[in-house]
Design a protein around this ligand. Sequence first.
Ligand code: IMP
Ligand code: MG
Length: 190
Amino acid sequence: MATSSVRMPSEFSNPNLEVLLSEQQLQTRIKELGAEITRDYAGLNPLLIGVLKGACFFLSDLLRAIDTRLSIEFMAISSYGSSTRTSGEVRIMKDLDVPIEGRHILVVEDIVDTGLTLSYLLANLKSRGAASVKLAALLDKHERREKDVKIDYLGFPIPDYFVVGYGLDFAERYRNLPFIAVLKNPETAS
Ligand code: IMP
Ligand code: MG
């Protein structure tokens, strides 16, 4: 390929980002969670439900660290509010394609912030007759919690920063970063 004299800006070393959790830290912790889930769900044929879009990255790495029979589904949920804050109003935009009665469900989410989205989703899934409903979340911003949500498998607790990367976005940007970073100045981000 011909080399161009115009240098394209790097997204991964964008000066507006400060790395909070490196790729190595994420992958190491995800392998530990996978081993724990493997032990807890052996023989239960769990159904892992990824919440679109943010959790796809965590789900795909976590899946490959779980060594037992399982299947996956996706749901899409919209919560209204600004790009950095949730309003609390929740709606299912894409529902499951399969019944979950009698199944062991593990919801996989990128981050629990106020807890409004997850408390709605977990209650909704329980009401469908699942044998069990548990939650794996990569990040927990506990300080911001408004609704109690039990996180059964947690990657990392984090302070109240707006973070991006590894699936998490700011106005759909930054999902492709292989690490988690604090967005230093959201006003100049897009
Ligand atoms: P909750 O209902 O307030 O717990 O919001 C959860 C959702 O808000 C997450 O699934 C994310 O999509 C989004 N969110 C919360 N905090 C952040 C953040 O720091 N960066 C990116 N998205 C976030
Ligand atoms: Mg989300």
